[in-house]
Design a protein around this ligand. Structure first.
Ligand code: 1HN
Length: 351
């Protein structure tokens, strides 16, 4: 029957709802429009954390609790629209981690995939299944799900990096497992940089008698700034036009299959020449950006946000982003595009 409900119908329906509710039965027709949206309407909000401000709190935490006591000394970057969820977007987590000179963050492993993007310090390490990646500013280091990892800082300076994890995604699937290693550090299995040499140069080990030590699906876990940054410069110098929505942009790959760096997380870098202004673009992958270099401005829908190095900006799903480079602007970004593409959900609007 079409048309509005009669008073009698409405009151009988209310009585039905009240009787059903204790039996955990609910009328879909009262909530269908909120459940199946015509387009994304993220509860997440655009937000920027300025590095110096966040760093001051992180250093205060460093005076009060050790990395060992905390297991991981991290300040969570919680989206102001996702209160209490420890999430920067509905599917992703971000945090700022501090390791002081001489400290170790003990070995553990878990289902969640993690990336680290180095913001400060030079020479601490992440060890993944017993192989160290020595971390330099703006390096990208992965700890794919299920791999033992510990961090240490043998230098005389604090090390700070951004942690990006798929914690809310794993929570969504109720699929989290975690365990501590019996010792503080996982025993060394290979010299530092070994898998970068074997898998990170467009080559891979020729099968011989030595078995592959790294997991076949995820052998490479270090993407150094010293390699990705010159690649962007070379692109810019080649005379190629920057993409009107992205600038000069490169995505980090898993060398096994040319796909995204991990099962649930994609990452990229982009360079916008001084004065360049992108066209507005929206995509279903809410994205966390880190300013690596330069100054500029972002507009998320109509909100203007100033950008300086080490700022962290989150742009929710389907919010139009426009960028202007006041000086040459270099950004790192990560998102759940990898996961959405597997689920045939990813969309972008580049008009
Ligand atoms: C984790 O393993 C690290 O290994 C950092 O550095 C942050 C947040 C939640 C769960 C695991 C790390 C984390 C984390």
């Amino acid at each position: 029957m079409a048309g509005p409900l009669s008073n009698d119908q409405a009151s009988q329906l209310q009585a039905l709802y009240a009787e059903m509710a204790p039996k955990n039965l609910l009328p879909l027709w009262e909530s269908l429009a909120q459940l199946v949206l015509p387009e994304p309407s993220s509860p997440a909000r655009p937000h920027k954390w300025d590095y110096d401000g966040a760093r001051a709190y992180l250093m205060r935490a460093g005076d009060l609790i050790s990395a060992k006591q905390a297991e991981r000394r991290v300040l969570i970057l919680e989206n102001p629209g996702l209160d209490g969820l420890s999430a920067i977007t509905p599917s992703l987590y971000a945090g700022l981690q501090l390791i002081l000179p001489g400290e170790v963050a003990p070995a553990h492993r878990h289902s969640q995939c993690a990336l680290r993007f180095v913001l400060e310090g030079d020479g601490a390490f992440t060890s993944v299944d017993g192989e160290k990646a020595v971390m330099r500013p703006f390096d990208l280091v992965l700890t794919p799900g299920g791999q033992w990892h510990d961090h240490g800082n043998p230098t005389d300076q604090p090390m700070v990096w951004l942690d990006g994890l798929d914690i809310p995604t794993v929570r969504h699937f109720d699929a989290s497992f975690a365990e501590q290693y019996e010792a503080e550090q996982f025993p060394e299995q290979a010299p530092p940089g070994d898998s970068l040499n074997r898998y990170g140069r467009n080559m891979r080990p020729l099968k011989g008698r030595s078995a592959d030590r790294r997991p076949a699906h995820q052998p490479l876990f270090h993407y150094p700034y010293a390699e990705w940054r010159p690649a962007l410069d070379a692109l810019a110098a080649s005379g190629a036009d920057p993409d009107p929505h992205l600038g000069h942009a490169l995505e980090f790959l898993n060398p096994v299959n040319g796909g995204p760096i991990m099962a649930t997380i994609s990452a990229h870098v982009r360079l916008m020449p001084a004065g360049f202004e992108t066209r507005a673009r929206r995509a279903t992958d809410g994205t966390v950006f880190v300013v690596v270099e330069g100054e500029g401005r972002a507009w998320v829908e109509d909100e203007e946000i100033a950008l300086v190095p080490r700022d962290i900006l989150v742009v929710p799903s389907w919010k139009a982003l426009r960028l202007k480079a006041d000086s040459r602007l270099v950004l790192f970004g990560y998102s759940d595009k990898a996961c959405q593409e597997k689920l045939n959900l990813y969309r972008e609007d580049n008009t």
